[in-house]
Structure formats: C-alpha cells, structure tokens
Design a protein around this ligand. Structure first.
Ligand SMILES: NC(=O)c1ccc[n+]([C@@H]2O[C@H](COP(=O)([O-])OP(=O)(O)OC[C@H]3O[C@@H](n4cnc5c(N)ncnc54)[C@H](O)[C@@H]3O)[C@@H](O)[C@H]2O)c1
Length: 430
C-alpha cells in the first residue's frame, strides 16, 4: 500500500515528526493556526525544534509535487488537502484547565476533522499524551460518528506516544525508541512497520492501545514524583542548613541512587500529565495519594523559592521593599523558547507581592509572547545593579555571565538549578 501521511497539529511534536516522514513519504501537515502554517511554508520553525535549513529541504510549495516525488512536506489549514492521505497522525495539545482537569477539546476537534476525510482502509494514530482509554473511548466514537464508518472494520486506530524532550538536540525524534500499538493485531503490525521505517532507534509494539497510553503517562508521572521528592529534601535540608545539591552529589555515588535535582516543574508534559492519570484514577474510584501530593509539592515551589530569596535578602541586610531583583529565565526549561505553563512566573509574582521590582532577562523567550501572556516586558539586557540575582532557568548564555557585575555590594545570587560555580561569593542554592 502506498503510504500518504497527514500530521494533524504541527507543534513541538508534530513538526519534527512531519519532517521525518516527509523524507520518505508524501506528507501533509495540517494545523488550524494560519500564522504557524505561513511561517513553516516560509521555512521557519519558531519552536526551534527543526533547523530552518532542514525544514527547507523537505518543504514543498504545492501538493502535486509531493505526490509526484513520493516525498516532501506541504503544510496547510485546508482540510481538503488531507483527503488523499491514508495515515492520519494526531499531535494536538492535551492541556488542563484552571481546575487542573484534562481538556480533550483539541483531540475531539482534530478527530472531527479527520472524520470528515476518513475512508475505508485508513489508519488514525494518536500521539498526544492522554490517560488510558482516550483513543478508544473518546476519539473513536467521534471518528465513527463523523465519518459514518466503523472502527476495526472500515478503518483502524493506533497510539504511539511521543517521547521527545524539547531543546534536546541529541535525542531527537528518530533516536528515541518509539512505543506503538494498534486496535487489532494486524493494524498494530502495519502501524509498527510505518514507524520502524523512520525511527532509527526502533520500535516497541505494546500489546494494546491502553497499555501504550498508560506507559507514556506514567513516564512523566514518575519524573514528577522523583522531582517532588528532591524538592521535599531541599526544603528539609534548607532548614537544617545543609546544601542539598552537595547531599545529592554524595548520594549519587551509589550505583542505584536516582540523580534527580530540585527545581521548578513547568511545561506541558511533566507538570500536566499526572493530572490526566489522576483524573482517570478518580473516575475509577481511586484517589491517587502520591501522584497528587507530588503535584502539589512541585506546584508550590515557585512561592517557596521567592520566599527563600526574600529571607536571604533580609538575613544579608538587604532591603526587600522596593529592592531590585534580576530574574534570569522565564521559559519552562533551559535552551528552549517555550513559556507555556512555566513555573518561573510563580517566582516572579510572589516576589512582586513583597513589593520587589523584578527585571526578567531571557534571550530565548519571545518578548511579545511574554507580554501577551504575562503582561510585562522582558529587559533586553541587565543594566542596573541588583540586590539579588536569581537564576531560574539554566540557559547556556547565563552560565557565562559575570553575575557579580550586576550586584550591589553584598548582593546575593540564588541558583534554583544548581549550575553556577558554588564558590561564587554570596551564592545560595535551592
Ligand atoms: N512538547 C513536548 O515536548 C512533548 C513531548 C511528548 C509529548 N507531548 C505531547 O504531544 C502533544 C502535542 O504537544 P506539542 O508540545 O506539540 O503541542 P503544541 O502546542 O506545540 O502544538 C500543537 C499544535 O496543534 C495545533 N492544533 C490545535 N488544535 C488543532 C486541531 N483541532 N487541528 C489541527 N491542529 C490543531 C496547534 O495550533 C499547534 O500548532 C501533547 O499531548 C503533549 O502532551 C509533547
């Protein structure tokens, strides 16, 4: 069977995948965001996951050429452009609402779109992170209703979670082993073969779609809980006046000690996915203790960090009211422009509640996006003398800054990430 791929949702996950498929198959990228499509068609990826040069190598200006050449990527907002595809891969967001409940609307909308063009013999594969059951219990009914076709008779579904780590230029999509699953053994085989043809690291065929869904969500739950544990340790050791990072370094000399570090847990994966599993557990009548307490602990770390900085300023005879603090980093993680669900904003807001003036410097974040999302302007570069410098995100540029040159006499440095030279004068770590 000739494979024609459609990727639904061209974000951090969808675009790198589309580029890989496009090297082998005619691939159409569909997204509802017209600005994103225009940028991609002009050869630029603002998420910086795909180099512009690599994108331009696969981008094609028309649908006919990708069909004729048997490869290439065409991006579009028009649903009719994906009607000739036979593999639909859905990579849309799975956020939570303000009450931390899963929001399946993008998945449902994407399923409605695919349902409109679904034909006999097609495959629909979901990659978005979900709780077990979403593909078969929430998405398949939408596909069936809109298409008037029957799953496992007329069309087939699959699930293959994405495991990329944004900003990581080493472990890119093809270098991470991919879990796959299908709605029948035959469908699972076809889907597994499709991924095997582009993922050089290989694939792992899970026995069912629910197993594959559950496996992905627990990867992130596990990280969240492990980080919550070291965050708790940081709170304990701060009270005991022991440097947590030094304790962790010493403990990590044992072969089976897990090397997690304390910090802010943001982004749209680790800080979000545990709520998906928790919701499903609660629906099934089980209240998850560890998962939710890990979440609570991690969600409170921004306030904790700000409180620690203020205490340290007072202990060091620095003013708090009206003082100037430089915050280094607003994105949710290092060397990545993504500000969604960043927890650095909690530190900013909490410091402001103490009437501290906070300047935020972040060469990775888009200033307009920050203004639209949080209502303040990033500084272009630090020019003042500050009472405290707070490193919230370990962007590579920050590691070379001469921090003492930004400080008033006796000013302090607070290192949330534990990456700065520990011998620096007046340095404190989370
Ligand atoms: N970003 C990561 O590092 C990462 C890693 C592994 C898994 N995931 C999971 O992958 C999924 C996608 O995440 P992401 O970071 O790529 O999201 P994203 O926000 O970067 O991209 C999603 C894209 O989907 C588009 N979209 C939204 N609704 C749509 C619809 N109905 N039809 C077509 N396009 C639509 C958006 O415009 C956007 O361009 C999520 O479930 C996420 O949890 C993300």
């Amino acid at each position: 069977m000739e494979k024609k791929i459609a990727i639904i949702g061209l974000g951090y996950v969808g675009l790198p995948l589309a580029v890989e498929f496009a090297k082998k198959y005619p691939t159409v990228g569909f997204d509802i965001n017209g600005t994103r499509i225009d940028e991609l068609m002009n050869g630029h990826d603002r998420t910086l996951e795909v180099d512009d040069e690599d994108l331009r190598k696969v981008i094609s200006t028309d649908l006919v050429s990708i069909e004729k050449n048997g490869k290439g990527l065409y991006c579009t907002t028009a649903i009719k452009d994906i009607e000739n595809s036979n593999f639909y891969i859905v990579t849309v967001p799975t956020p939570t609402d303000k009450n931390k409940r899963p929001v399946l609307t993008p998945l449902i909308r994407a399923s409605e779109s695919v349902g409109q063009v679904l034909k006999n013999g097609d495959y629909v594969i979901y990659e978005s992170t979900v709780y077990p059951g979403v593909t078969e219990d929430e998405c398949v009914p939408v596909l069936e209703q809109v298409s008037n076709l029957k799953c496992n008779q007329d069309f087939f579904v699959g699930y293959s979670p994405e495991r990329i780590n944004p900003g990581d230029k080493e472990r890119t999509v093809t270098k991470i082993l991919k879990v796959t699953a299908g709605s029948t053994p035959e469908a699972a085989h076809v889907i597994n073969e499709l991924y095997k043809s582009v993922i050089t690291a290989g694939t792992y065929l899970a026995p069912t779609i629910k197993v594959a869904e559950a496996a992905k969500v627990i990867e992130n739950c596990q990280r969240d809980i492990n980080i919550a544990f070291v965050n708790e340790l940081a709170k304990i050791f701060n009270k005991l006046d022991i440097d947590t990072n030094s304790v962790l370094e010493a403990a990590a000399t044992k072969w089976n000690f897990l090397p997690f570090k304390p910090g802010l847990v943001g982004g749209h994966c680790i800080g979000v996915d545990p709520y998906y599993l928790a919701q499903k557990a609660q629906e099934a009548g089980y209240h998850p203790e560890i998962i939710l307490s890990g979440r609570r602990l991690n969600d409170d770390m921004g306030k904790y960090v700000a409180g620690e900085v203020v205490k340290l300023m007072m202990k060091n005879s620095l003013p708090v009211l009206g003082s100037n603090v430089l915050m280094l980093g607003i994105t949710f993680k290092e060397n990545c422009p993504d500000i969604r669900n960043t927890r650095a904003i909690d530190v900013y807001k909490e410091l402001q509640s103490y009437s501290v003036n906070v300047d935020v410097y972040d060469p990775w974040a888009d200033s307009k996006e920050v203004r639209d999302e949080f209502g303040f302007d990033l500084i272009e570069k630090p020019l003042k003398e500050y009472h405290a410098v707070l490193l919230t995100v370990a962007h590579k540029e920050f590691l070379d800054l001469l921090l003492s040159s930004y400080l008033v006499d006796g000013g302090i440095v607070y290192d949330v990430k534990g990456v700065l030279d520990f011998n620096l004068k007046n340095l404190f770590r989370l």
